[in-house]
Design a binder for this molecule. Structure first.
Ligand code: SAH
Length: 350
């Protein structure tokens, strides 16, 4: 029996453990100390600040068919919409007035959003809000496309690797999608000069503990600026409708382990974590997360961007969402800051 406190202390000090030790930590039944140390390390690097990322869900059209996702191409029950440039700018306007300094444009892989259209939108946002960061989360594109988007002013890009195990990746995606291409995209994004976010779902169908260890090793090697970890949640119109959701507890352990492995990583307490458990996001913060991504999409499309069932914050307006987040953050002794929330550099820590 490996002692949780001993493993936690060693992970904090050396930023590493063996595969068996990591497995033990992920499965321990006394994770409180692990969470406490992760919170303390986060505090040392970022203080008790929580950074907001305003999420604009720009399109529910998608050419892909990921087995787990509610807006997959073959879900004919999904309500499809896309936002035009003016609408996106208005969302940013609303968010800015409420203290948002990072805008994340996320959507399905919608061919309508050509490089040309996206670059025009990004330049307009950067011109209007020069003190803000712009993040894209619109899936796999070619290297040249990433270069143009970066050139237009995009600061960051979120592309979860979903699972670092190739065979597992193939169980979660249709044949026409490839693990190698997704990984290539992450390399291209890094080479292009973006701050990059990767990450995985916890408890996705067929996932084993060994896959999560593989994810941790990938994250350790890739050193993303952000690591997005959220539980898988079934969507009723997908082939995974009858699979169980991932556990909040395991998600929290992974957040804490990543905080101790890579102290400067930005880690969101995800909406999915807040969906599987009422106070999931607060617990995420207490386990070492330091980012929350409030939805700043227009009220009339919120109910259409449904990647999974029972998603929270669908019927609130932006101002209510942000007020609610302030309250939740303060309830765990942290504070929301009006800041781009760039990653701390390793040298700042010495
Ligand atoms: N099209 C973009 C954005 C995807 S949505 C892309 O491919 O990157 C952002 C993330 O939501 C996905 O990367 C995935 O990890 C997560 N997601 C999708 N379906 C989900 C589900 N059923 N449960 C939990 N998370 C899900």
């Amino acid at each position: 029996m490996m002692d949780t406190a001993v493993l936690t202390d060693r992970l904090e000090k050396t930023h590493d453990l063996s595969d068996d030790e990591l497995s033990a930590l992920l499965q321990c039944d006394d994770a409180e100390y692990l969470y406490e140390r992760a919170r303390a390390v986060c505090d040392r690097v970022y203080g008790n600040n929580v950074y907001l990322r305003g999420l604009v869900e720009i399109s529910s059209f998608c050419k892909n068919n990921c087995h787990y996702c509610g807006i997959r191409r073959d879900n004919h029950n999904a309500d499809r919409y896309r936002l035009d440039a003016d609408t996106i700018l208005r969302c940013c306007e609303t968010g800015y007035a409420l203290g948002i300094r990072t805008f994340v444009l996320q959507g399905g892989e919608d061919p309508w959003f050509t490089d040309e259209r996206l670059c025009a939108i990004i330049s307009a946002i950067k011109e209007r809000f020069p003190d803000c960061a712009v993040t894209l989360s619109i899936g796999e594109r070619e290297r040249e496309s990433y270069m143009r988007l970066h050139e237009a002013g995009t600061d960051r890009y979120l592309l979860r690797h979903e699972t670092a195990d190739k065979a597992h990746y193939e169980l979660l995606h249709p044949k026409e999608m490839s693990y190698d291409h997704r990984m290539q995209c992450l390399t291209d994004l890094r080479d292009t000069g973006f701050q990059v976010g990767c990450g995985m779902m916890v408890g996705s169908p067929y996932q084993k503990l060994s896959h999560l260890i593989c994810d941790l090793r990938f994250i350790q090697r890739f050193r993303p600026e952000m690591a997005g970890i959220g539980p898988f949640i079934p969507h009723h119109d997908t082939i995974f409708a009858d699979h169980a959701a991932g556990s909040a507890e395991l998600t929290l352990r992974l957040i804490a382990v990543i905080r101790l492995m890579l102290p400067e990583t930005l880690i969101p307490a995800t909406t999915a974590l807040g969906t599987v458990e009422t106070n999931g996001r607060e617990r995420g913060l207490l386990a070492g997360a330091n980012v929350i991504m409030p939805n700043i999409s227009p009220a009339d499309v919120r109910g259409k961007y449904l990647l999974y069932d029972n998603k929270i914050c669908v019927s609130e307006k932006t101002a209510e969402c942000i007020r609610c987040i302030h309250r939740r953050v303060e309830s765990v002794g942290m504070k929301v800051v009006t800041d781009r929330g760039d990653p701390a550099k390793a040298q700042d820590l010495e």
